[in-house]
Design a protein around this ligand. Structure first.
Ligand SMILES: Nc1ncnc2c1ncn2[C@@H]1O[C@H](COP(=O)(O)OP(=O)(O)O)[C@@H](O)[C@H]1O
Ligand SMILES: [Mg+2]
Length: 237
């Protein structure tokens, strides 16, 4: 895909694929074009050039909700929960919409609580979504995405705001989800997490993919070290 904003080329001919039951990382410095790629894949941004294929279909002209109905779920770098609703109600809304579309009976509250339990934030169920810590809000977005039973999960900087123990639990949860068949594409700056859970990495720099491969191969890659891994934590955070 190619994405231009006026004179700025945010994504410059980046092509990659994501497989079921696999965790793929999209990494690179700030401004590299990672979120823009997510917006193109999920349908929020029309590419200047290129196509998006999902489950053997060209979905480039489908709307965001058309893609969501086919099984695309995402979370946002800038949080997008319904702030005035409780944590539980945020998940119930997604459950109701998903099951309603499928004509299924739903026990929203019980299922919402099970999802909150699964991502580890059950104790926040009654809190307003805009009052919880950032890390909790990110997990809420994950629970809400899971409510729609995604086949592909796009996670934009999901671990920022989580402490070390929470990040470990989060990594295990991602591995469980992948083991159940979900394809996960993750933008993430926490290299320990990325290296621990991803099977495949793509490194973006100025909108271009400068390297692709396993975490071990990427760690050794000189170009990547110069472009990205050599940066201090403050610069890339
Ligand atoms: N809606 C937009 N309009 C204009 N420029 C944008 C827009 N979205 C992103 N950009 C620019 O595109 C580039 C890539 O941004 P982004 O995809 O957010 O990078 P990343 O997520 O890797 O930090 C940046 O130069 C950013 O300023
Ligand atoms: Mg971003």
């Amino acid at each position: 895909m190619v994405v231009q904003f006026g004179g700025v080329t945010a994504v410059d001919d980046a092509t990659f694929s994501v497989e079921p039951a696999t965790i793929t990382g999209l990494i690179g410095p700030n401004g590299a074009g990672k979120t823009t790629c997510f917006n193109v894949i999920s349908g929020l941004q029309r590419p200047t050039k290129g196509r998006v294929r999902f489950r053997d279909q060209d979905v480039t002209s489908l709307s965001v909700d058309g893609r969501a109905r086919r099984g695309m779920g995402r979370t946002f770098q800038r949080l997008e929960a319904f702030g005035s609703l409780s944590v539980r109600d945020n998940v119930m809304v997604a459950l109701d919409i998903n099951r309603g579309l499928r004509g299924l009976f739903t026990n929203g509250r019980k299922d919402a609580d099970a999802l909150l339990e699964r991502v580890g934030i059950a104790s926040y169920a009654e809190e307003r979504a805009d009052s919880v810590p950032t890390g909790t809000a990110r997990l809420l977005e994950l629970a809400r995405a899971l409510a729609c039973e995604p086949r592909l999960l796009l996670l934009d900087e999901p671990s920022s705001g989580l402490d070390e123990a929470e990040t470990d639990d989060f990594g295990s949860l991602l591995q469980e989800l992948a083991a159940s068949g979900v394809a996960i594409l993750m933008v993430e700056h926490d290299m320990d997490l990325v290296m621990a859970v991803c099977q495949e990495l793509h490194v973006l720099d100025f909108g271009r993919i400068i390297a692709s491969g396993t975490p071990a191969a990427i760690r050794q890659d000189r170009t990547v070290q110069e472009a990205y891994l050599g940066y201090s934590e403050e610069v890339v955070a």
